[in-house]
Design a protein around this ligand. Structure first.
Ligand code: TPP
Length: 277
């Protein structure tokens, strides 16, 4: 890693970070920085909005304008920022619980509106910050602090949820598939509309240990084993898909109008009507 991106985008005075050894949050955050650079977004026009959780703490280490908001509400705050200044590149950093549990309604309605936000979901399959409770993305049967006999709730597929709600860019990768993750995040940052990238990431201390997935390195290699590229998944049988996570780009569409553009048109129409009156 050249020092360049870290020198440019990290608030070094905020380090060391609070993440556990082997946590995947650093990999996802580095991928995001590389994507912001690759997308050519101006540093002073990027606003990072995060909720509450281990992943959301990334915001404090990054040298952009930013708001570390409340649990489950980053998309609501980000919507406000984007509505006030549509020229800004607004990026949401959120955990799977923050996004799909307490923030689920904000997530689906922002997708429905197709407002130009980039939402990066750090999916570590549990509530990391509060000690490893199960979340809406904890796989069926998995162990967590609140499902010691195995989780009986089927999980949300964050990408399917986003796509069904109207998101116009949707992709998934993992901390093992970093190059793909950077490409997806770059496309998401460039995209004009509601973009979601789900990054499957590792929580060795809580989720990994409880589910006997080995150390951090073993958890990374596990993504290599269980993630199946979308192209291969298309021809796979249901048996072959069992226990697999499909990665790749699921939606990339420019067909629907972006919300702040539609809102601006509305303002122009209202002004024109007032001028005629
Ligand atoms: C309104 C509210 N409810 C609950 C909490 C407690 N809380 C803080 S972080 C968190 C879960 C974090 O999990 P996730 O969003 O998946 O992020 P992670 O820590 O795993 O990155 C919870 C329940 C809170 N801070 N505010």
């Amino acid at each position: 890693m050249s020092g360049h991106i870290f020198d440019k985008y990290l608030r070094r005075e905020k380090l060391p970070h609070m993440w556990c050894p082997g946590c995947g949050n650093g990999i996802v955050t580095q991928a995001l920085l590389r994507a912001i650079e690759a997308a050519g977004a101006a540093q002073d026009e990027v606003v990072i909005v995060s909720g509450v959780g281990c992943s959301s703490r990334a915001n404090g280490y990054l040298d952009f304008c930013g708001i570390h908001t409340t649990h489950g509400r980053p998309i609501a705050f980000a919507t406000g920022v984007k509505m006030a200044s549509p020229r800004l590149k607004v990026i949401v950093i959120t955990g799977d619980g923050d996004c799909a549990s307490i923030g689920g309604n904000h997530f689906i309605h922002a997708a429905r509106r197709n407002i130009d936000l980039t939402v990066v979901v750090y999916n570590n399959s549990n509530y990391g910050m509060t000690g490893g409770q199960y979340s809406p993305t904890t796989p069926l049967g998995s162990l967590s602090k609140t499902s010691p006999l195995g989780n009986i709730e089927p999980h949300f597929d964050v990408c399917s949820l986003a796509g069904a709600a109207g998101a116009t860019y949707v992709a998934r990768s993992s901390t093992y598939h970093v190059q793909a993750l950077i490409r997806q995040l770059t496309a998401a940052v460039r995209h004009n509309g509601f973009a979601v990238v789900e990054a499957m990431c590792d929580c060795p201390t809580l989720y990994g240990r409880l589910n006997r997935q080995g150390d951090a390195a073993a958890m990374l290699l596990r993504w290599k084993e269980i993630c199946l590229p979308r192209e291969k998944a298309r021809s796979a049988s249901p048996e072959e898909l069992e226990g697999k996570i499909v990665i790749g780009e699921f939606v990339n569409s420019a067909e629907r109008p972006e919300y702040t553009a539609s809102y601006d048109q509305l303002i122009q129409q209202a002004k024109a009507r007032e001028a005629r009156a």
